[in-house]
Design a binder for this molecule. Structure first.
Ligand SMILES: C[S@@+](CC[C@H](N)C(=O)[O-])C[C@H]1O[C@@H](n2cnc3c(N)ncnc32)[C@H](O)[C@@H]1O
Length: 273
């Protein structure tokens, strides 16, 4: 088994700390504002200043920048490598109204109060140890009347669901418990937003689903997942070496089938300050 246990940089807390690797780039690069921030896009005006929290590889952030030609976007991420990737993507696209900085969502002290028209996070709050603290910070930097949008996984199923894939699923939950994060955070984002100070009547709360169905999507998802949870769980001491191998094989077998697919339900919030 070839597994790297050494970390070369400070990592954000949570199970994603080793999930986001080069293997995943192909998958995350397919994310777009039109699809993954569809609840926020209708509220974006060309002169807005937008904060994208946990921007990852930056594909959604770049779309935001293109939607605000008279405004600007700041993408922040707690991971050095994600900041580097997003900055490389920004530079490759010659995007001049976008900046990427390393910052923790729970501590945005570098940013002024009420300085953004919109604040966005996609699949981030479920990885944060104190999502209410993060949302409080996100609300602080939002202008009065501004809009905050967040979207997080609430539930998923895999078909077929072999015993070894069940091990991966259970390991995802075990890892989140061990790191103090929220495996299915999308179920309760609206509650966190209220705890962070948003009035209940100013929180729109809904859900959307997505799926991995084509052979290409299945292959990309399995390849990117092969390292993710198995490696993170092994490094966190949640999985044995044997379990690590079983989980990786489970993804390989799932990818080789003709009938495999995955369905996901995301919880969405749109909050006005
Ligand atoms: C699943 S990825 C989503 C990336 C991007 N939003 C997208 O949808 O393509 C989660 C991202 O959140 C970042 N992250 C996790 N905890 C964070 C924190 N406390 N502060 C800032 N970023 C964080 C991770 O480094 C990672 O890039």
């Amino acid at each position: 088994m070839a597994i790297k246990t050494q970390q070369t940089e400070p990592q954000p807390e949570g199970p994603q700390k080793t999930q986001m690797s080069d293997n995943m780039k192909g998958f995350f690069d397919t994310r777009s504002a039109a699809v993954h921030a569809a609840h926020l896009v209708p509220h974006i005006k060309p002169n807005m200043r937008i904060l994208d929290v946990g921007c990852g590889y930056g594909s959604i952030t770049i779309d935001f920048a293109n939607l605000v030609p008279k405004g600007s976007v700041l993408g922040i991420d707690a991971s050095d490598s994600m900041v580097k990737y997003a900055e490389e993507a920004r530079s490759a696209g010659s995007i001049s109204n976008m900046e990427v900085r390393k910052m923790n969502a729970m501590d945005l002290h570098e940013l002024e109060d009420e300085s953004f028209d919109a604040v966005h996070a996609h699949q981030v709050l479920l990885h944060v140890t104190d999502p209410v603290k993060a949302l409080r910070e996100m609300r602080r930097v939002l202008k009065p009347g501004g809009v905050l949008a967040s979207r997080d996984m609430a539930s998923l199923f895999l078909y077929p669901f072999s015993d070894d894939l069940k091990l991966v699923y259970n390991m995802y939950e075990k890892l989140a418990d061990a790191t103090g994060t929220n495996s299915w955070g999308g179920k309760r984002t609206h509650v966190w937003a209220h705890e962070a100070g948003f009035d209940l009547e100013k929180i729109e709360h809904t859900a959307t689903n997505w799926a991995v169905t084509t052979r290409k999507e299945v292959r990309i998802w399995a390849e990117s997942s092969e390292e993710g949870i198995p490696k993170a769980a092994f490094e966190a001491g949640c999985a044995t070496e044997e379990e690590y191998d079983l989980m990786r094989t489970a993804w390989k077998e799932w990818a080789m089938r003709q009938d495999s697919w995955m369905g996901v339900l995301d919880g969405l919030i749109l909050c006005r300050k």
